[in-house]
Design a protein around this ligand. Structure first.
Ligand code: FES
Ligand code: FES
Length: 188
């Protein structure tokens, strides 16, 4: 019996320009190409991980216009005119450096698959909620799943950074968060 030949129509692609990590990128995308695939496959930004691809696990968390956002849920075309930052943009970011050290010190990762998304969310918590307690940290982390650690080390790592920055970071953290949301911090 011969295998039937399926004749699929050609998929139309679109050329878009995205502002990613401080640079304009010209990408060729299909309608089904979500932001995470565009970042990973066309920009080589593989810190953005894919777990569930339906908005549950948070592994794909990036920053869009200063706020954390899933990269697996919307077409890349929806991000034209927005400012996207991936974990790679935060190599020299002092808060991210503190978080990386704290994650290491508190054993906040095992396989590391969730870690890029966790760090993106953790940075947002530190900047936006400088006085967050354990319960609030856990609430804020609810959108990021980790199958390895049990979350204890992750929560402690964030607490460690909050403690190191101190209550005086409350004002500057709020300002930094507001600036990031306004796109003023986009200097990757
Ligand atoms: S891969 Fe996007 S939320 Fe899981
Ligand atoms: S460290 Fe393995 S999923 Fe979080």
């Amino acid at each position: 019996m011969s295998t039937p030949q399926l004749d699929f129509p050609p998929v139309a692609t679109a050329t878009i320009r995205l502002h990613v990590n401080g640079h304009e990128r010209t990408l060729e995308v299909e309608p089904r190409t979500h932001l995470a695939d565009a970042l990973r496959e066309q920009c080589g930004l593989t810190a953005t991980h894919l777990g569930c691809e339906h908005g549950v696990c948070g592994a794909c968390t990036v920053e869009v216009d200063g706020a954390p956002q899933r990269a697996c849920l919307q077409s890349a075309t929806r991000f034209v005119g927005r400012s996207v930052r991936t974990l790679e943009a935060f190599d020299d970011d002092p808060v991210m450096a503190m978080l990386r050290d704290a994650f290491s010190a508190e054993h906040a990762l095992q396989c590391g698959y969730c870690t890029p998304g966790m760090l993106m969310t953790a940075r947002d918590i530190v900047l936006r909620l400088p006085e967050a307690d354990e319960a609030r940290i856990r609430e804020e982390l609810a959108g990021n799943l980790c199958r390895c650690t049990g979350y204890v080390g992750i929560v402690r790592a964030i607490e460690r950074v909050l403690a190191a920055r101190g209550p005086s970071a409350a004002g500057s953290g709020a300002v930094a968060g507001a600036m990031a949301r306004a796109g003023a911090g986009d200097a990757a």
